[in-house]
Design a protein around this ligand. Structure first.
Ligand code: ADP
Ligand code: ADP
Length: 227
């Protein structure tokens, strides 16, 4: 689904991402892990063209990402950030409806989709859809962030430390719920974290980055049994 071929990113003379080559398969959760500054966010943002590459290629569905318009990437690739990034003046429903509206979905289809997704993340649509983000807890807002990323049914979701701003109990609950949700939606998820427990729990495969290069790529079992 997403292929990296010798991808390098330099900021000035600082190499943030160094010659990365890997394939992310359709329907898998691929976790990028490593300490702060190892290049996780840069790697993620190159996938949806928020950051241009210095060298190499990234292919999305067998097409080089440079062929895509930035707006196409927004449609095909959902994005969930660490900082809760809902529009404060809009209701939950209006926040979620943004991309489906741009894609000119009908009002009926949008309503149906919002109800279905809110239910999938354990939020009663009738209770929540007309509220403003400030009336929700951090965990609920992050659930809405996930729903918003899924709204127009993109094949790929990028998640940059989506749960790390939450308290430990909410974080664990959202991790468990994401595992369950992923069994139903089977999206290709690229998930950034610096938390090894989170990586082991969520990842089908894990890529350990060190100073911009891939130190190890493997399944959680392979990580647990390697020296
Ligand atoms: P991580 O997400 O793993 O914390 P980043 O991808 O944010 O790592 O950053 C990788 C390296 O690139 C770090 O050394 C960081 O300081 C540097 N970096 C990131 N963004 C920029 C930028 N816009 N300009 C210069 N250096 C940057
Ligand atoms: P994260 O690791 O979650 O990306 P950071 O605090 O490292 O968070 O980066 C926040 C923003 O600042 C990013 O957009 C990144 O590109 C930019 N940034 C990070 N490091 C540098 C740097 N050394 N110089 C300039 N911009 C940077």
């Amino acid at each position: 689904m997403i292929q990296f071929k010798n991808v390098t990113k330099r900021y000035g003379n600082k190499t943030a991402v160094d010659d990365l080559t890997f394939d992310i398969k359709e329907g898998e959760t691929f976790v990028l892990i490593g300490p702060s500054g190892c290049g996780k966010t840069t790697t993620l943002k190159m996938i949806n063209r928020l950051i241009p590459l210095t060298n190499g290629y990234i292919y999305f569905k067998d097409r080089p990402i440079s062929d895509y318009q930035v707006y196409e990437m927004r449609w095909d690739i959902g994005y969930v950030l660490q900082q809760i990034a809902l529009f404060p003046h809009m209701t939950i429903k209006e926040n979620i409806a943004q991309v489906p509206l741009m894609k000119k979905w009908s009002e009926t289809d949008i309503d149906k989709r919002i109800d279905e997704l809110l239910e999938m993340v354990g939020m009663d649509p009738e209770q929540f859809k007309n509220r403003k983000p400030s009336e929700l807890s951090g965990g609920q807002q992050q659930r809405v962030g996930v729903v918003r990323a899924l709204a127009a049914d993109p094949p790929v979701i990028l998640m940059d430390e989506p749960f790390s701003a939450l308290d430990p109990i909410s974080r664990e609950k959202l991790q468990d719920d994401l595992v369950e949700l992923q069994k139903k939606i089977k999206k290709t998820i690229v998930f950034v974290t610096h938390d090894i427990q989170e990586a082991l729990k969520l990842g089908d495969r894990i890529c350990l980055l060190k100073e911009g290069h891939a130190e190890q790529i493997g399944t959680p079992d392979e990580f647990l049994t390697s020296p």
